[in-house]
Design a protein. Structure first.
Length: 247
């Protein structure tokens, strides 16, 4: 009997999810932390909505995307495939201001806010969406920090972090949840995440409710957890290698 492709894929995802969960649990144990302190985001970019739906079947309800044009239709398709699942979608990629209105229709959280102009655009988009009845409540956001000063790769410079966090915290349409970063290419991730940990402490001192630290991906989540990450963004280790993204 030929194996059902959907069941085969479900089994692959279940095994991968179990392996990732074990890595997170081990990293938490080594750091003297509780597993409950770290949230797992399944990054489904370039993978079909059917994979995202299967992940919700397996209990993973925090999903992430990095391109609005892919995420909006995918979130809508998953809602049709699994109407009772209600996954929480996160935007983790670089975001252009002209996409703000679209993003607030599907995202519960944007982790890549790196400028005052983007924060203001999102706040305006949330207000418009609330007025149109497209969403209720504020949008959770994290400030993306540039750990090497190369803002071309995304992120606000460390010296501008406090001002941007303050601006977001005083915006009624946005809710400051913490900070996010990607370890710079070619640098030891542990060293980079130590800098992020200090930056996160600065933000928490000014805004105690902004306690989230989103850091760590498939290749470096262990180091991130050792340095206080509360959210790891995992794609390849869960879903496998990616093909070329669509244009």
């Amino acid at each position: 009997m030929t194996e059902d492709p959907a069941e085969k894929r479900r089994a692959e995802l279940a095994a991968a999810l179990a392996a990732v969960e074990e890595r997170i649990a081990n990293a938490c144990a080594e750091a003297g932390r509780s597993r409950d302190e770290v949230r797992l985001l399944g990054v489904t970019k370039t993978f079909p909505a059917s994979d995202a739906a299967l992940l919700t079947d397996l209990g993973l309800l925090n999903l992430a995307e990095n391109r609005d044009q892919e995420a909006g239709p995918k979130a809508a398709e998953v809602a049709q495939l699994r109407p009772g699942a209600a996954p929480r979608w996160h935007m983790v990629g670089r975001l252009q201001r002209n996409k703000a209105r679209s993003v607030v229709r599907w995202a519960a959280e944007v982790q890549s806010v790196d400028s005052a102009r983007l924060a203001d655009a999102l706040a305006r988009a949330v207000a418009a969406a609330q007025e149109a009845g497209e969403r209720t409540g504020p949008l959770d956001v994290l400030v993306q920090v540039s750990l090497d000063g190369d803002v071309a790769r995304g992120g606000t410079p460390l010296e501008e972090l406090d001002a941007l966090a303050d601006r977001i915290a005083h915006t009624g349409e946005l809710r400051l949840r913490g900070v996010m970063a990607v370890a710079p290419l070619g640098e030891d991730p542990g060293t980079a995440f130590a800098r992020l940990s200090h930056a996160a402490e600065r933000v928490r001192a000014r805004h105690p409710e902004a306690a989230d630290v989103s850091a760590g991906m498939s290749h470096d989540l262990d180091q991130a957890i050792r340095h206080g990450s509360t959210c790891v963004r995992v794609g390849t280790a869960l879903l496998g290698g990616r093909g070329l993204a669509s244009p």
